[in-house]
Design a protein around this ligand. Structure first.
Ligand code: ACM
Length: 543
């Protein structure tokens, strides 16, 4: 009788738990327990040290922003206490492991490391009810949780459309709320240079503005004829890097080379092999303003005027990188390397002589020489480069990490050559693609529904198991040609970011799209709480 009684109750509690516990990304193990803890303004937060305070502060800020009150910190008590502590164990194979116990008397979060404690705090935000109240019921539960991949990234292209610093911070919060840990910041493009470099002031004086932007899809149906400008000061960047670091997020800056560099060339024409030639305007593009000399591009696409592999250019890049390294403590610096047409190098006498002098095979060999030189410089300063998969062509730089974007092949090739890889294949994680077939806003096209993101496996098929260890994780890319403002970025981001977080964090065996959609019901309520502009696609599927 006793057994039946307890079975009966535990199934009730599991049911109750299943309704209340709706964590994204799904934890490795969450076992509902009887009862609830209730947070009121008399609940005390206990922190074990300085780093735990970061996690507690994040939680307290969350409470204040979305529920209107903060908790006091104080001594650990047996009752009515939320404690944050960290074991600081050094033997962890992956950072971010935590355990959490919610009982009617207390909540205890114990990280194996500081990241783990922080992720425990994230889970706690998701145990809160979504209704605002001064008395918040948290279901009792026991959680043991850690991430599947160590690289869990999200990129933002601030080149095509500048995104204000305050929004960049919000974007970093969205990354944190999904237990992700890398923010890849694409800072230079044909259409705008976005980072202040003190030694080269024209980069932002001239390179951060374009005189207009096409209307509609490239080449456009017209031009908005409006000046479009923006860059981040070094002070803003420092603040953003610190903001991210407080959330255990590393900011990886991307300084593109040798292609996608029209804005830098507009500021310093000597960076081109043909400094006296005016910028070519793509066919069909309606241009606004001056079209003489070098110009910042007003439409999207790929442009032929790329960096010349000259000593002037290498000195420029080293100077820029010196300032970049001062601002970004990240071990990784992204050097781009994608979509660099070789036509200018082919017709440049200087380049052809350089190919001969260095004994290179062709222009792809020249690109490899270019990237390897920059790698050598950055390695000498203790940094590592990341490049898009084109840097495999002509021979990969010896220590480079590859971002595989043109499908999965680049990732497979790099891993087979024992290079680290982040997977960002267009068909699965390009968040600029449309989320529905009947998308009615302007996007670059494509079709990337929530389910496709959810079912993505960063281990590419065909990669030998012993080389899977080179796949560090994956990242979604947010290219902003067709996103002129933060609200549009949010619309493209949500709900796909939530699916991506589960790809990166949750155990593969546990994944089930329909069950995910059930948990998404609560996540949509959180989006409303956060006041984000989400796409409603998928909302009704889980009914
Ligand atoms: C890319 O999407 N061009 C990396």
């Amino acid at each position: 009788m006793k057994v039946i009684f307890s079975l009966f109750f535990s199934s009730i509690f599991l049911m109750a738990g299943a309704q209340q516990i709706s964590i994204i990304p799904k934890p490795v193990k969450a076992t509902p327990q009887p009862g609830n803890f209730v947070i009121t303004n008399s609940t005390i937060i206990f922190v074990d040290g300085k780093d735990e305070k970061k996690s507690a502060d994040f939680f307290n800020d969350y409470l204040e922003n979305f529920y209107g009150f903060r908790l006091k910190t104080g001594k650990k008590t047996l009752n009515n206490c939320i404690s944050f502590s960290t074991k600081h164990s050094t033997d962890a194979s992956i950072k971010g492991h935590y355990t959490m116990r919610v009982s009617p008397a207390s909540i205890s979060i114990i990280g194996n490391d500081d990241e783990g404690t922080f992720y425990g705090a994230q889970t706690l935000t998701q145990l809160l009810p979504v209704e605002k109240s001064t008395s918040l019921r948290i279901p009792s539960v026991q959680i043991d949780d850690y991430p599947r991949f160590k690289y869990r990234g999200l990129m933002l292209d601030a080149g095509r459309h500048f995104m204000p610093a305050d929004f960049v911070k919000k974007y970093i919060d969205y990354i944190a709320l999904h237990k992700m840990n890398y923010f890849h910041w694409h800072l230079t493009e044909d259409q705008g240079w976005r980072i202040e470099i003190k030694k080269y002031p024209k980069l932002t004086e001239m390179g951060s503005c374009r005189n207009g932007t096409i209307i509609g899809h490239h080449p456009g149906t017209g031009n908005d004829n409006e000046k479009n400008c923006g860059f981040y000061t070094q002070e803003q960047i420092k603040e953003i890097v610190k903001y991210a670091s407080d959330r255990y997020i590393t900011v990886i800056p991307e300084i593109e080379m040798p292609g996608h560099s029209s804005a830098a060339i507009a500021a310093y024409p000597q960076l081109s092999c043909f400094p006296d030639e005016p910028t070519k305007i793509a066919k069909g593009v309606q241009w606004n303003g001056d079209s003489t000399g070098k110009q910042v591009q007003q439409s999207w696409g790929i442009y032929e005027d790329v960096y010349c592999p000259s000593e002037f250019t290498f000195k420029f890049i080293e100077d820029v990188m010196d300032e970049v390294m001062q601002l970004f403590p990240s071990e990784y610096i992204h050097v781009g390397g994608d979509e660099c047409p070789k036509s200018n190098w082919k017709r440049s006498e200087f380049c052809q002589n350089l190919i001969k002098e260095k004994g290179l095979k062709d222009e792809e060999g020249l690109q490899s020489y270019f990237i390897q030189r920059v790698e050598k410089y950055l390695n000498s300063k203790g940094r590592k480069i990341i490049g898009w998969d084109e840097i495999l062509e002509g021979g990969i730089a010896p220590n480079a990490t590859i971002m595989s974007w043109r499908g999965e092949k680049g990732g497979i090739d790099a891993a087979n050559q024992h290079h680290d890889v982040m997977m960002t294949p267009g068909d699965y994680v390009y968040f600029d693609h449309s989320q529905s077939k009947n998308e009615d806003s302007l996007t670059i096209g494509g079709y990337l529904p929530l389910e496709t993101v959810y079912n993505y496996n960063p281990f590419p098929p065909g990669l030998a198991e012993e080389n899977q260890k080179y796949i560090l994780g994956a990242q979604a890319n947010m290219w902003t040609e067709y996103m002129s403002n933060p609200r549009k970025v949010e619309y493209m981001l949500f709900p796909r970011l939530s699916a991506l977080s589960e790809v990166l964090w949750s155990a593969k065996e546990d994944k089930n799209f329909n069950e995910f959609l059930l948990r998404m019901k609560m996540q949509y309520q959180r989006y409303i709480l956060w006041k984000v502009n989400y796409n409603v696609i998928g909302i009704h599927k889980g009914e």
